[in-house]
Design a protein around this ligand. Structure first.
Ligand code: TRP
Length: 329
C-alpha cells in the first residue's frame, strides 16, 4: 500500500529512431506537449534500449539529433522538460541491476511484447537484453519517480511490470517509489499509408518534416476503400485510411467529406489532395522550426546535455535513497 504522497510527474521516452512521423505525433508527442503545461515532465531518449534491435551504434547519435529536433519543433520546451539520454546517466544501469533481482524469468517471458519483438525481428534466439527490456524501462521511470507515463497501448505491459517492481521494492526495503500509471493515448494508433501501423521500418510514414509535395505524393498512393473505383461510386469512409486522417487533422470538414464520399460526389483523388493540403498546413509550423534546428544541430546537442545535468541530479538523489533503503554503502 502506498502511503506517501507523490507529486504528479510525467516520464516518457522513445528509442532514437530518427525523424518523427505523424504516428509518433498522434500517439505520443501531441500528448507530451499538452501535459507540459500541467505537470513536471521528463523525456528520455532510450539509446540503450535501441541496442535490442540494432547492435550497430553508428546511427544512434544522428538519429537522436533528428528525433530531438522534431520533439523541439512540435513544442517540447526543454526549459520545462529535461530531454536526456539514458546512456549518459549511470543510475539507469544501477537501478536496472537491482530491479533484475526482483523479478522472475518466468514473469518476463510472459511479457507479450517479447514475443512480438522476436516475431518482428525475425530471430529465433532472444538475448538477455530483450528479456530485461521492461526492467530497464522500469528503472527509467522510477529513477525519476514518474507517476504518469503517457505511452501507446503497446507499452501497457511494461508499465504493469514497472508497477510490480515498485511494489516489490517498497515491500522489501521500505517505500521509495510511487506506483506509476500508464496514460494511454486516446486516439487509436494512426495507420500508415498502407493501412498497417505507421512505422519507419515498414516505410509507410508521413514525416513531420515532409514538404507539401512529398505529402501529396505519398497520400496519392495511400489505399482507400477498394470498392470505390471511380468518382460516382459510393465509398465507405469507415474503412478508408484517408478518412481517418481527415478525422484527425481536418475534424471541421469530416461531415461534408463523409457525405461526399458515401454519395459518390467526392472522388478519391480530390479527397486525397484536400487531405494532403490539410496535413501539410497542420505541420507547417513544425517544419519551420525544424529548419532552424537542422541548421543549428550543435544547439540540439547542448539542449540534451543540459537536460542530462538536470535529470542526472534527480536520478542521483533517487539512487542515494535506494542505497540508503537497502543499507548499501
Ligand atoms: N519502450 C519504449 C518504446 O519502445 C521506450 C521507452 C524506454 C520508454 N524507456 C521508457 C517509454 C520509459 C516510456 C517510459 O516506445
Amino acid at each position: 500500500m502506498q502511503k506517501k504522497e507523490y507529486q504528479c510527474r510525467i516520464l516518457s521516452g522513445m528509442r532514437p529512431t530518427g525523424k518523427m512521423h505523424l504516428g509518433n505525433f498522434v500517439g505520443a508527442l501531441e500528448k507530451w506537449v499538452e501535459l507540459q503545461s500541467k505537470y513536471e515532465n521528463f523525456y528520455l531518449i532510450a539509446d540503450y534500449h535501441a541496442l535490442t534491435t540494432n547492435l550497430d551504434t553508428s546511427m544512434i547519435l544522428p538519429n537522436t539529433l533528428e528525433m530531438v529536433s522534431d520533439w523541439l519543433s512540435v513544442g517540447i520546451d526543454p526549459d520545462k522538460s529535461p530531454i536526456f539520454r539514458q546512456s549518459q546517466i549511470k543510475e539507469h544501469t544501477e537501478l536496472h541491476l537491482i530491479f533484475s533481482m526482483l523479478i522472475t524469468k518466468a514473469r518476463l517471458e510472459r511479457n507479450p511484447t517479447l514475443k512480438e519483438q522476436v516475431k518482428d525481428l525475425n530471430i529465433d534466439a532472444i538475448i538477455y537484453g530483450h528479456l530485461g527490456y521492461p526492467v530497464l524501462q522500469a528503472a527509467d521511470i522510477l529513477l525519476y519517480k514518474g507517476t504518469l507515463v503517457p505511452v501507446g497501448e503497446d507499452q501497457a505491459s511494461h508499465i504493469e511490470i514497472t508497477r510490480e517492481l515498485a511494489r516489490k521494492f517498497n515491500s522489501i526495503y521500505g517505500e521509495v517509489f510511487p506506483i506509476p500509471n500508464a496514460k494511454l493515448t486516446s486516439f487509436a494508433r494512426l495507420p500508415g499509408l498502407d493501412g498497417n501501423k505507421m512505422s519507419k521500418s515498414v516505410g509507410n510514414t508521413i514525416l513531420l518534416s515532409d514538404e507539401e509535395d512529398e505529402i501529396k505524393k505519398k497520400i496519392r498512393q495511400a489505399i482507400t476503400d477498394p470498392q470505390k473505383i471511380r468518382r460516382g461510386d459510393p465509398g465507405r469512409p469507415e474503412v478508408c485510411l484517408v478518412y481517418t486522417y481527415h478525422q484527425k487533422f481536418n475534424s471541421g470538414e469530416t461531415d461534408d467529406i463523409y457525405a461526399g464520399c458515401t454519395s459518390g460526389v467526392l472522388g478519391c483523388v480530390d479527397c486525397k489532395m484536400k487531405c494532403a493540403a490539410v496535413i501539410s498546413n497542420y505541420i507547417a509550423p513544425f517544419r519551420e522550426k525544424r529548419r532552424y534546428y537542422a541548421e543549428n544541430v550543435a544547439e540540439v546537442l547542448d539542449i540534451i546535455r543540459d537536460g542530462e545535468k538536470r535529470a542526472g541530479k534527480v536520478a542521483n538523489e533517487t539512487m542515494q535513497e535506494v542505497r540508503r533503503a537497502m543499507s548499501l554503502g
